[in-house]
Design a protein around this ligand. Structure first.
Ligand SMILES: [Fe+2]
Length: 292
């Protein structure tokens, strides 16, 4: 079942069903076991489902790290994180872990897309739930096509010509927040995080051709040829607009759930409302193209 709405496209899939979870974006895929070798047409249709719904979810999966890698590799090359070390056996997999006794900020608790400090940020990420709290720890996703399309023509025109400066300095620079947070994750802060990258504020999706907002609450620090002080009011407005309730969906995790999001058309936000409980996820990141 699919629904025609600004957030979803309709495609007939051959080997599985999809059920949208909100009007804005996001759909559960039913009838695919990710631990098995998938038929080419299933992989092709999953890619279509990702483009149609922006983030797709799978329930009750049971994946070894190698199976998570094998599944993800069918959608592109995998990459290692610049600042979070992968697991010993699988450098492409990072463990996102918050222990029950950890307080303070969680990993991903800001509206963002992944690794936009890179010249070619990720196509997408595949996140697998190993252990989830009894309540809380949901992830929110926001449709950035609709965020762009609902702006006024004057604002869209101005943003079309604007370039943003992205850097990983905030979380991963020498004075990064990671010095005091994420103590159970293998995060390395470094001078390398001070590098700046330019991206268009409005990005054309390389596969759908649709334009979307491409700003980031973690990595966008200002607009090109503007000071930070000049940039912040507009950036704050855009982040608030881009995460308006009507543009979002909210995913409730269970052990074995998988989320696969298109990092080029959504932002996401990891809620930090489960202090006193442990949450462990494994993430694989698929390489993407240079935004234009
Ligand atoms: Fe993220």
């Amino acid at each position: 079942m699919t629904t025609e709405s600004p957030g979803h496209r309709n495609t007939a899939y051959r080997n599985f069903e999809v059920a949208p979870i909100s009007g804005a974006l996001g759909a559960e895929v039913q009838g695919v076991d990710l631990s098995q070798k998938l038929a080419d047409e299933t992989v092709e249709d999953l890619r279509a489902a990702l483009l149609d719904h922006l983030v797709i979810f799978f329930r009750e999966q049971s994946l070894t790290p190698q199976q998570q890698i094998d599944f993800s590799r069918q959608f592109g090359e995998l990459e290692e994180h610049d600042f979070v070390k992968g697991t010993e056996e699988h450098p492409e997999i990072i463990r996102i872990l918050k222990e029950a006794d950890e307080k303070g900020m969680n990993f991903g608790g800001v509206w963002h897309s992944d690794v936009t400090h890179q010249k070619s940020p990720a196509l997408g990420s595949v996140l697998y739930a190993v252990e989830v709290p009894p309540f809380g720890g949901d992830t929110l996703f926001a449709n950035q096509y609709v965020a762009y399309e609902t702006l006024s023509s004057g604002m869209r025109e101005m943003l079309d010509g604007l370039t943003a400066i992205h850097t990983a300095e905030g979380p991963f620079g020498p004075h990064g927040r990671s010095l005091t947070n994420w103590r159970n994750m293998d995060v390395e802060t470094s001078e390398k995080a001070l590098e700046q990258t330019e991206h268009p504020v409005v990005r054309t999706h390389p596969e759908t051709g649709r334009k979307g907002l491409f700003i980031n609450g973690t990595f966008t620090v200002r607009f090109k040829n503007m000071t930070r002080r000049e940039s912040m009011p507009l950036l704050r407005f855009l982040l608030k607009h881009a995460s308006r309730e009507a543009f979002t969906c909210r995913f409730r995790w269970a052990r074995g759930s998988v989320a696969f999001w298109d990092n080029r058309s959504v932002m996401h936000y990891a809620l930090n409302d489960y202090t006193g409980h442990r949450r462990e996820m494994l993430r694989v990141t698929i390489s993407g193209d240079r935004p234009y």
